[in-house]
Design a protein around this ligand. Sequence first.
Ligand code: NDP
Length: 333
Amino acid sequence: VKVLLTGGSGFIAAHIVDILIQHGFDTVFTVRSADKGKRILDNHPDTPKEKLSYVIVKDVAQDGAFDEAVKSDPPFDYVLHTASPFHFNVQDPVKDFLDPAIKGTTGILKAIKAHAPTVKRVVVTSSFAAIVNPKQHPKVYSEKEWNPVTWQEALDHSNVYRASKTFAEKAAWEFVEKEKPNFDIATINPPLVFGPIVHYLNSLEAINTSNQRFRNLIQGQMKEQLPPTGIFIYVDVRDVALAHVRAIEVPEAGGQRFFVTAGYFTNKEIVDIARKTHPELESKLPAKDSPSDLPSDIYKIDNSRSKDVLGIKYRPFEETVSDTISSLQEVGA
Ligand code: NDP
């Protein structure tokens, strides 16, 4: 059984590659350059090239970007689409975010419909960003909720990442409804993703966006004052990666969104765990009595679909924090 995975160089995708191999799938991933592709293959020296290889897709926003990548012999059975920009360095909201997120998603679906009739399902990495309603949280967050962001609001730099994920996911569901293609889709909607890094890193400066608070903590940048937690829900990257693979393995996953979250966290909890599991960091950590900023009236979260349908058992936060710190220490934090 053969899978195409886009954005193979990404933080989450690196874990998806590991799980696809473990579960016996033949995997082809896309990267923007041969250099990146080779580095990833070098990290899997024991995997034969029939089981793992790459194709180059330079920019997912270009028309026809995936037309060649989706053709393969033997042909693909499933596609996992993770490639999408996630950073906060906004220059041009449309060119940097909205185009690659939306056109990247519709582009791959069009390419599959036109050139890959054997594909049965496409799993799209969406986000809690496509669920959250930051101006008015509902009582309970579940797959039923949609971010109500408008195109006008999307152009504001502070909204554009969340909007890009919202419009991209909407475009995917609309495509399936209108085009009635040969495949169904499922979306994976994680909040902040933490966890160990298994992808090649040039430097800690290039660390993926959602792990940045761990780098800052280890480097002592939180010592004077614990920064606000911001978003209070998280998931471990290994659980998100497994959810993607389960979404192709479980027939009933088709046509569904999956809100994959392990639960609440605060920066204070991260520090408390770090103090216990990595005592050598003591001099870099803020004071023991730093207050928790978890609001007492925080919204509820319902992750039951991910557990019931995909069978995800979420890791405890202590494991996530400890493994993330250890993995950053290995790359020199
Ligand atoms: P990374 O930044 O590590 O991965 C993003 C991937 O997308 C990289 O492989 C990157 O390639 C690729 N990419 C970005 N823009 C383009 C483009 N224009 N053309 C081709 N490839 C492109 O982030 P994550 O692994 O965290 O994110 C993966 C997915 O998960 C994204 O869809 C993101 O929105 C989603 N997500 C992430 C969350 C998180 O907390 N991490 C939370 C919720 C959703 P390159 O390496 O060459 O830049």
